[in-house]
Structure formats: structure tokens, C-alpha cells
Design a protein around this ligand. Structure first.
Ligand code: MG
Ligand code: MG
Length: 240
């Protein structure tokens, strides 16, 4: 799983340098697929329940599961969430980042900052002896003052031989509930925050999920390992 995470991060670092006005999400998808394979990985998402892409590329009001397309051309002021999944020798890694395209408004900048910060607030509670919903509660508590919509239909999750495993890790809720965290557990924590309403709906393609008010949505996700003393991020090359 560490190697899957390393391949994912190397791929992300390469692809993110291509995020700019004028590029299609299909092009980003192709770059990701080629890079993951060149490093010995297999795209986890491609074919997963029929998903057609290597990455999910979700622009502006798209919350999650945007399908890469030649018709979706990034433009100045957009945001795009790139969600990557890598399978290495049967074990998965999963991680997402929302990027600004060119110059974005201050409202959007703040949304990205707070969403990323909320991930790390949640992770402060990722340590042995705590329970899963301590992470959930920390994210909600941190986000509340900003008034953003916290998406409820999609959550963090366990990960390993399967891309999505128990437990679910919501981004809201009461503390001290759910399984007790233990060293060796691997999971994805992934707050999704909306500039407006928390409500989302799925388009007719059965994947693309948008905010019902069509205001922007941001998403940051890391895969972590619970250690003896806390956690280690497996989808980053930075040492914490
Ligand atoms: Mg995930
Ligand atoms: Mg993901």
C-alpha cells in the first residue's frame, strides 16, 4: 500500500503541472494512466463499477466522480478535483486534491484552504484508542464556522485489498462512535465541502455528482496508516 501511495503521489505531482486553462480533463486522464502504468501500477478506478476513467476529474460544481472528457476544457477561474486510485500488487491507494485553474476568486481560494485544513484537523484524531467518528466530529466542528455545506452522501472509508472497505468515515457527526482505531489500519479521510448547499445530485450518466445549487465544491483526500502513536500519510512523499 505504501508503494501504491508512492506511485499515486508521483503521478499526481506530474499531472498537476499540466492543470491549466485550455487543457481537457481527458488529457489529464491520459497522462495519469500512462504514468501509473510506467511505474508498475494499475489504475484502480478504471472499470470500477464501470467507471471509464483512470482519474475522476470534477470541475467547479461537480463534487465527485467527474468523467474525464475531451469536451471538458479547463478555463481560467475554474477549480478541478483530481481523484487518483492506484492498485499495486493487489493493494489500493486513493487520494484527491482540488486545484485552482489560473486565477480563482477569493471565495474559491478560501473554500480550497478550509477544505484542505479540515482534512488535517480530522487527522489530528487519527490515533490508536480514538474512534472513527472522532475524525468525523473534528472535521464538522472545524468547518461549521465557515458555513460551508458538508457533503453527506459520500464519506471516507477503509481501504486495502478493496478500494472501499469498512468503516465508513463521514465528515460530520457525534464523537466517540464507530470502531476503535488500531495500529495497522489503513483508511481514507476525505472531506468534501460546498460553497453553498450540502445537497448533491447524480446526473444521468450515473457518475457525475453536482451540487444542487451549482455552486463550487472542493475535496481533499489522503490515505493514512494508523501507527503506534498516530498516523502516517501514505499518499504523500513529504515527511510529516
Ligand atoms: Mg476515497
Ligand atoms: Mg478518492
Amino acid at each position: 500500500m505504501k508503494e501504491a501511495g508512492r506511485i499515486l503521489e508521483l503521478t499526481r505531482q506530474m499531472v498537476k503541472d499540466h492543470v491549466r486553462p485550455g487543457i481537457s480533463t481527458h488529457h489529464l486522464d491520459q497522462l495519469a494512466e500512462t504514468h501509473i502504468k510506467s511505474l508498475g501500477g494499475i489504475p484502480s478506478f478504471k472499470g470500477y463499477q464501470g467507471f471509464p476513467g483512470t482519474i475522476c476529474a470534477s470541475v467547479n460544481e461537480v463534487v465527485v466522480h467527474g468523467i474525464p472528457s475531451k469536451k471538458v476544457i479547463l478555463k481560467d477561474g475554474d477549480i478541478v478535483t483530481l481523484d487518483f486510485g492506484v492498485n499495486y500488487k493487489g493493494y489500493h491507494a486513493d487520494s484527491a486534491t482540488t486545484y485552482p485553474v489560473g486565477e480563482v476568486s477569493n471565495d474559491i481560494k478560501k473554500l480550497l484552504e478550509v477544505t484542505e485544513a479540515s482534512l488535517y484537523e480530522g487527522l489530528k484524531y487519527a490515533k490508536p484508542g480514538n474512534r472513527v467518528s472522532d475524525i468525523s466530529h473534528a472535521i464538522e466542528t472545524f468547518v461549521k464556522p465557515y458555513g460551508y455545506g458538508i457533503v453527506e452522501e459520500f464519506t471516507g472509508h477503509g481501504i486495502g485489498r478493496e478500494l472501499h472497505e469498512d468503516p465508513f468515515i463521514p465528515n460530520f457527526g457525534k464523537p466517540h462512535l464507530g470502531p476503535i482505531l488500531k495500529p495497522g489500519m489503513t483508511m481514507c479521510v476525505e472531506p468534501m465541502l460546498n460553497l453553498g448547499t450540502k445537497h448533491v445530485r447524480v446526473l444521468k450518466d450515473n457518475w457525475t455528482t453536482i451540487t444542487t445549487d451549482r455552486k463550487a465544491s472542493a475535496h481533499f483526500e489522503h490515505m493514512i496508516l494508523i501507527t503506534e502513536t498516530g498516523y502516517e500519510i501514505l499518499t504523500s512523499l513529504k515527511k510529516e
